[in-house]
Design a protein around this ligand. Structure first.
Ligand code: XMP
Length: 525
């Protein structure tokens, strides 16, 4: 038995959260879809791919426990995917959540029925029997429900352990075989005792809690050393947290055999290029910074159309990187900062929209290399940040908000000029400073200043001005696919506006963007 928990994904929207909850207990887990296809046995499963696996692959993985997730299906729909009964005879604990609980019941001979209406939202759970899953859990607590079907009759040797108003069987178990079914969603934070339930399940599985940033770093560096040996490695460093953490892990493993190329396209935030250089020039690697600002500016001269700007920036980036790579010569490995949500999403056949269409595309096509290494592909974003801290990266880099590849180029409407870049850099720096000073930076998904292409009349002292309007944006979002405008206090906004018009030359008006996505996007172009 290996010290990890396998999450079998049946398509529910909270499935990554389940993995997060397990990992919060310092226990490693992997998410896979389940298939009954006998031929589908992916030999890369242990590296955490989100691909479908069948029963044989599960046996080979030797998980210490299995969690069956929720999902939108109904066990009576002939197209629904169901776990095979053998899963429940592996001798390892299984926790079924929502659809996973119904699937467990159905496969083992119980009955699931439609409740007629969908139950969605909070309700009170009352625990009715002793259960290892509910150890130290309050007898009555709020849980989160989202289901139409429910468990109606239990399989042999199962007992009901908890009820809610609408579900006489809200939780059940066969304690002898350590099989547990819960109709509610313990992974959602609305479920008050959810974290304890996961912690109890981890104990039931007998897992030791040693999946920690330090052990991850040690293992990863060791594995990278073995894999790469004396090979040469190339990394395109953006200064974002993912590529930075990936680069430092690689540098710990192969030192000077790693070359990091950082392209400064002149469209970075204020002082950002210098900060990145400061961090990396002291690491044990070959750090190459390319100052390409002027080159980008000349390509962008006179260009106003948003898509054209994006294209030029993307293509130019590749050209610059290509030239640098040619000087280095053939490399054996190319580093990518892929993280676990990308792996799970693309593995499930859903589009990994945010990364794939925004990443600086096509790098692997022209660099001469043998293999891609993705040292943080098993980590969620907050785990990447934690590893970054343990690697000694500075907090401002580790907690950095997402920043688009085309940089300020898509936050300046219309033609990009050095004057406009300076305005947006200065305004944005003030905005970020004040947001941090107000202590609200951690609550916001993304926040920045953009330069509208609008000039309007103002008055400064005794003089009339005709200057630019800066737009401030702050959004709340969990996935960046949709977002709502954040309600920032008037006190903070007016302070920022005052500072910007006083300190940034060329601006006489500050506007706040109140639009959500959709219909707007987060960026301006
Ligand atoms: P939008 O503007 O599409 O942005 O609502 C959604 C998220 O994606 C980021 N973004 C990009 N990231 N290259 C990137 O690396 C890009 O071209 C790009 N365009 C948008 C944006 O900052 C937000 O987080």
């Amino acid at each position: 038995m290996k010290n990890f928990i396998l999450v079998l994904d049946f398509g529910g929207q909270y499935n990554q959260l389940i993995a997060r909850r397990v990992r919060e207990n310092n226990v490693y887990c992997e998410v896979h879809t389940f298939t009954t296809d006998k031929t589908s046995k992916d030999d890369k499963t242990q590296s955490g791919l989100g691909v479908a696996i069948n029963f044989d692959a599960i046996k080979d993985l030797k998980p210490a426990g299995i969690i069956l997730t929720g999902g939108p299906q109904s066990v009576y729909n002939p197209d629904s995917s169901l776990p095979v009964p053998e899963i429940f005879n592996l001798g390892v604990p299984v926790l079924g959540i929502c659809y996973g609980a119904q699937a467990m019941t159905h496969v083992l001979g119980g009955k699931v029925q439609s409740a007629g209406v969908r139950e969605y939202g909070k309700t009170e759970l009352e625990i009715k029997a002793e259960s290892a899953l509910f150890k130290n859990v309050e007898k009555k607590s709020v849980v989160w429900m989202s289901h139409t079907d429910r468990i109606f009759e239990l399989p042999e040797n199962f007992v009901a352990t908890a009820v809610t108003e609408n579900c006489p069987i809200a939780a059940a178990e066969n304690s002898g075989k350590k099989l547990y079914a819960v109709q509610f969603h313990p992974e959602v934070l609305h479920t008050e005792e959810g974290k304890k339930i996961f912690s109890n399940f981890v104990d039931i599985c007998g897992c030791s809690r040693d999946w920690k940033p330090e052990s991850f770093i040690k293992d990863t560096v060791e594995k990278l050393k073995n894999k790469i040996g004396t090979g040469k490695v190339l990394c395109a460093l953006s200064g974002g947290v993912d590529s930075s953490v990936a680069a430092v892990l690689l540098s710990r493993a192969v030192g000077k055999n790693l070359t990091c190329v950082f392209v400064d396209h002149g469209l970075l935030r204020k002082n950002e290029a210098a900060e990145v250089e400061e961090v990396f020039k002291n690491q044990d690697l070959n750090f190459i910074k390319i100052n390409a600002g002027e080159r980008f500016l000349s390509k962008l001269k006179g260009v106003t159309e948003p898509e054209r700007k994006r294209k030029i920036i993307g293509e130019e980036f590749i050209r610059v990187f290509e030239e640098a790579a040619k000087k280095i010569g053939a490399v054996d490995f190319l580093v990518q900062g892929t993280i676990y949500p990308d792996v799970i999403e693309s593995g499930l056949g859903k589009s990994a929209v945010i990364k794939s269409h925004h990443n600086v595309g096509g790098l692997p096509d022209f660099v001469d290399f043998k293999e891609i290494v993705e040292p943080i592909r098993l980590l969620f974003k907050d785990e990447v940040r934690e590893v970054g801290r343990k690697l000694g990266l500075p907090e401002n880099l580790v907690s950095r908000q997402p920043f688009p590849g085309p940089g300020l180029g898509i936050r300046i409407i219309g033609e990009i000029t050095p004057e406009k870049i300076k305005i947006v850099q200065d305004a944005d720096a003030i905005y970020r400073e004040e947001i941090a000073a107000a202590g609200i930076d951690k609550n916001l998904g993304q926040y920045f200043a953009a330069l509208t292409n609008m000039r309007s009349v103002g008055v400064m002292g005794d003089d009339r001005t005709y200057d630019y309007a800066v737009a401030l944006r702050a959004v709340l979002t969990s996935d960046f696919m949709t977002a709502e405008a954040a309600g920032i206090s008037w006190e903070v906004l007016s302070k920022v506006a005052n500072r910007i018009v006083n300190e940034v030359k060329g601006v006489n008006r500050v506007l706040y963007d109140c639009t959500g996505k959709p219909p707007a996007t987060i960026e301006f172009e």
